[in-house]
Design a protein around this ligand. Structure first.
Ligand SMILES: Cc1cc2nc3c(=O)[nH]c(=O)nc-3n(C[C@H](O)[C@H](O)[C@H](O)COP(=O)(O)OP(=O)(O)OC[C@H]3O[C@@H](n4cnc5c(N)ncnc54)[C@H](O)[C@@H]3O)c2cc1C
Length: 400
């Protein structure tokens, strides 16, 4: 018998009260290793309590419930700090793609394990010569009997340092035009030939990595969506990414630097009566509300069973702009202490971290310019960007 929405909401509230820290408690300080371990524990317990993979089929480890249950759970969750960050890509992008495009064997092998965070997955798209124009990528996959052999380099792979698997798009037919000769593979990151190297960012952390693939052998049963279908799978995954970034319940920068935090900070610094500061905070608040309505619209469309479309680009672009504005207001309030701080002053460090992290929102998941191109072409119906190499085989296109 299906659980009623009220029963489900109570179950979620009880679980979160017992397993997560309330949002108004002091922030939980986890090292990355602790956060990943907590994330695995939390999602395992969530699945055991009948709350994991809410909208996914029961036979693949989900609850088989509709999106109204997911909304109800997310509403409860918004009152808590939970270790969700390590599965942002795994649950937000890889899981729906395996659900939509995976073979029954792939889904049986991985879906429940992804839901429980026994397996955490990353997205292996970008390369040194292929970011915005990811379809021009050069990582090669060559068939060898029942195996595919992968060679190439990926870059900016978020979270690969703790992930177990990656969804990797590679070129299987260079004689085809660039969008057509691609295929998507499940890559076990513990395989011989996978070399993950962390990249150090300007905020001191190493959130993303380079991944070198040297003669990495993956089985034919790791092909997702069929040979030559990599672009379709990749586009679906990017749509899920934009929706995940842009339509998140808590808007652009999550709870860390939203207007509420900044209003508190203005009060603490006695700036809340200053007209210019009040104006900036009111502007931010209004923009956040607009962003949350865009997100609500997208989530409602999803609840009615509509697949994410180019409106995800509107949400993602707006989230990136909001993130930059939030950083500007934060730096206006905190001044020099938001840029340089004494060792051990975690409060100031947190402001600086948010400020230097803000530009990344306008790059990850497709830059602001790329989102504007998508909106122009697919929402406003403007002419497509000219492509002098359209229809030509990838191998005939000049590459730097
Ligand atoms: C925080 C973060 C996390 C990321 N995580 C991942 C990940 O997990 N996996 C992954 O595969 N990648 C990841 N990326 C990489 C990201 O997808 C790329 O950085 C992004 O697609 C841009 O590519 P690029 O850096 O090569 O820039 P380029 O494509 O070289 O662009 C350079 C500049 O040119 C502009 N430009 C390019 N083409 C056009 C055009 N047609 N019209 C107008 N302007 C254009 C861009 O807007 C940009 O300003 C991440 C990036 C960030 C910042």
């Amino acid at each position: 018998m299906t659980v009623t929405l009220d029963e489900f909401r109570r179950r979620a509230a009880d679980f979160l009260a017992a397993n997560a820290v309330a949002r108004d408690e002091p922030p939980v300080e986890w090292s990355e290793t602790e956060r990943v371990a907590e994330c695995r524990r939390f999602h395992g317990a969530l699945a055991d309590a009948g709350l994991g993979g809410i909208t996914y089929p029961v036979e693949y480890g989900g609850q088989g419930l509709d999106k109204s249950y997911l909304e109800a759970f997310n509403r409860e969750l918004s009152g808590y700090q939970a270790p969700l960050l390590p599965v942002t890509i795994s649950h937000g992008m890889c899981l729906p793609v395996i659900n939509d495009f995976g073979t029954p064997e792939q889904r049986a092998r991985h879906q429940a394990r992804i839901i429980r965070a026994d397996e955490i997955w990353c997205q292996m798209f970008s390369e040194p010569g292929a970011g915005s124009d990811v379809a021009s990528l050069a990582t090669r996959a060559v068939r060898d009997g029942d195996q595919w052999v992968l060679n190439g380099q990926k870059v900016w792979t978020s979270g690969a340092q703790y992930c177990d698997f990656g969804l990797c798009v590679a070129r299987t037919d260079p004689s085809q035009p660039k969008h057509r000769g691609l295929s998507m593979f499940i890559v076990d990151l513990s395989l011989p030939g996978v070399d993950i190297r962390p990249l150090r960012q300007m905020n001191g952390s190493s959130h993303f990595n380079e991944i070198y693939l040297t003669d990495v052998q993956v089985g034919h049963d790791c092909l997702v969506g069929g040979e030559g279908q990599g672009w379709n799978v990749a586009v679906a995954m990017l749509m899920y990414e934009r929706v995940a970034i842009g339509a998140a319940d808590n808007g652009a920068m999550g709870s860390r630097m939203g207007s509420t935090l900044l209003i508190d900070e203005a009060r603490r610094r006695g700036l809340h009566t200053d007209a210019v500061t009040r104006d900036a905070l009111a502007d931010l608040y209004i923009r956040e509300r607009v962003q949350s309505f865009i997100g609500m619209r997208i989530r409602q469309a999803a609840a009615q069973g509509r697949a994410p479309g180019p409106e995800g680009s509107i949400a993602k672009l707006n989230a990136a702009i909001l993130s930059r504005r939030t950083a500007d207001v934060a730096i206006g309030l905190t001044g020099a202490s938001g840029q340089a701080w004494e060792a051990g002053d975690d409060d100031a460090g947190q402001w600086a971290d948010g400020v230097v992290g803000a530009p990344g929102m306008g790059i990850a998941g497709g830059t602001n310019e790329v989102q504007r191109n998508i909106i122009g072409e697919r929402v406003l119906g403007l002419p497509k960007e000219p492509d002098p190499y359209k229809g030509q085989p990838w191998e005939a296109i000049p590459r730097s």
